[in-house]
Ligand binder design. Structure first.
Ligand code: NAD
Length: 497
């Protein structure tokens, strides 16, 4: 069953005039957090619900702060006491624009608090959001152990009628798994997949493009949809399996689009076309659009790699060979190697002993997240071939007075500490530098691996003078080739002349 319930919000994407769940007229908040357009509609005092959010990482924290912003009373429980202590003081442990302000707003309004552990958070909660990791298991499947552990912990503590909302990305059928582990017939379990993007998590949470809720219990699903009514987003209510599939299908599509554009960039190099103009020609077609149509060093991050592999696994288990998606994954693996090949060629086919400067280590700009970062994957391959990598990333915290630091000594490198699901990068022999210029000292080439905007505005004469050879491999097509060539750089981009 699939129904688009647009009138829950008084019209899908209604910019104003919607009706709140309580039947009260909307009170408008001008928001410092959103993009242009309507601000979120905030419930009148006392009309919000009591909500627990379990796991305050990249998804749980923006979710909790958004629910508090909308007028709900939110208690967050996390297993990491250090993270909770930081948050209790109003400090956000991740790099995410506007998040600290949104968290502090909730704390100041006494609608957002943080406690250690799931059990301490769920007392009196009408809704419990699960936002814990679902890392990739050894066989490519999603590991449900964190979700199951929380369900086991809170099962006996929930009040009758509580609604469990699963925001973690989980395979089809996981709602039933949670129901089984909870062992409570008086508690409903609802799937509510999350689509926020790191780097724009706050506007994405306050102004989501859609809210998807899936459950057998349609009344419970509608109640969950109503929690977000202030966001004005279209609400899609469906069954749990469909909601779970929507999340995986969305990420599989985005990954495929990125692999497609990387493949087109490879084609452009082969036939002598310029991928930037090809993208313009493609993107103006509304059926295609510009989003996720930018070549790079390969896709990565905490979601796309594990979710695509999990979907291939889910399909296999169900007897469907998702060869199309396997192709997108294979194209991505090739892309890492294509970037390494460009660097190899740029330094005369000899990486062993070559000093390579690297700008950017996070999987994208606007975050400090290094999980499955394509930049780190490229660095790993360069190091394996004997290159001496000197890296700079704006979110890697280098201790003052130290020009270079082994990766494992860096604070801020892995902001979530031993967060489950994060990849330890400690075996990488790479030195981090405090700024982009310092990283280039004596280098035979500089490789741009993350699209931090600040790299575009550097003094490239200074960069050139610091290097042993003026060579740039721009794996993000971020820089201006004409400007660089004018001052003597050998420039290589992706699919670009
Ligand atoms: P994360 O690692 O950043 O955060 C998870 C948090 O859960 C951590 O703070 C951890 O300490 C806490 N935790 C683990 N076990 C716990 C327990 N038993 N009790 C209480 N807290 C516990 O993970 P994330 O990136 O926020 O991802 C969470 C889920 O959301 C995953 O399923 C992921 O696939 C999905 N998702 C992530 C994104 C994203 O951009 N990161 C986007 C959409 C969906």
């Amino acid at each position: 069953m699939l129904s688009l319930i647009s009138d829950v919000f008084g019209g899908s994407s209604a910019p104003s005039g919607g009706r709140s769940a309580s039947g009260e007229g909307p009170s408008r908040a001008t928001s410092q957090f959103g993009q242009s357009g309507a601000g979120a509609r905030v419930l009148p005092p006392g009309k919000g619900h009591t909500i627990a959010v379990i796991g305050v990482g990249y998804v749980g924290l923006p979710t909790a702060a958004t629910l508090a912003h909308l007028g709900h009373r939110v208690t967050c429980g996390d297993a990491d006491p250090a993270k909770v202590a930081m948050l209790q003081k109003g400090h956000v442990p991740i790099v995410e624009d506007h998040l600290e302000a949104l968290v502090r707003e909730g704390q100041d309004a006494d609608r957002l608090r943080f406690v250690v552990g799931a059990a301490a958070a769920v007392e009196g909660a009408e809704f419990v959001f699960l936002c814990v990791p679902t890392p990739q298991g050894d066989d490519g499947s999603a590991d449900l152990s964190y979700v199951e552990a929380v369900a086991k912990e809170i099962g006996p503590l929930l009040a009758p009628g509580t609604i469990i909302v699963n925001k973690s990305t989980v395979p089809v059928g996981s709602t039933l798994v949670v129901e089984r582990v909870l062992g409570r017939s008086d508690v409903a379990v609802v799937s509510n997949p999350e689509f926020l993007r790191e780097g724009t998590a706050v506007p994405d949470s306050l102004h989501p493009e859609r809210i998807v809720v899936g459950a057998d219990d349609q009344a419970a699903a509608a109640k969950v949809g109503d929690l977000f009514s202030g966001t004005h987003a279209p609400l899609l209510i469906t069954d749990a399996a469909t909601a779970e599939t929507i999340k995986y299908a969305s990420n599989a599509f985005l990954a495929t689009k990125l692999s497609f554009v990387n493949a087109v960039a490879g084609l452009c190099e082969a036939v002598g076309a310029d991928v930037r103009d090809v993208i313009l020609g493609l993107g103006y077609d509304k059926r295609i659009g510009f989003e996720y149509l930018r070549p790079g060093p390969g896709w990565g991050g905490s979601c796309l790699p594990k979710d695509t592999r999990a979907l291939v696994h889910i399909a296999e288990q169900a007897g469907y060979d998702f060869s199309f998606l396997k192709g997108a994954i294979a194209t991505n693996d090739e892309q890492f190697e294509r970037v390494v090949q460009k660097v190899r060629a740029a330094v005369g086919d000899q990486l062993d002993g070559a000093v390579i400067a690297v700008w950017g280590l996070t999987f994208k700009a606007g975050t400090d997240d290094l999980r499955n970062s394509p930049a780190v994957e490229v660095v790993r391959r360069l190091v394996e071939e004997g290159a001496v990598v000197q890296a700079f990333d704006p979110t890697v915290d280098v201790p003052l007075g130290q020009e270079s630091t082994p990766v494992e000594d860096l604070t801020g490198w892995s902001p979530l500490g031993d967060s489950p699901g994060s990849d330890a990068e400690s075996d990488l022999v790479v030195r981090a530098y405090p700024d982009a210029y310092a990283a280039c000292r004596g280098a035979s080439a500089v490789v741009v691996l993350t699209e931090w905007d600040e790299f575009r505005w550097l003094d490239f004469t200074k960069v050139r003078d610091a290097m042993a050879a003026a060579v740039v491999v721009d794996a993000r097509n971020l820089l201006d080739p004409a400007q660089l060539r004018r001052i003597g750089f050998d420039y290589t981009g992706i699919g670009r002349r």
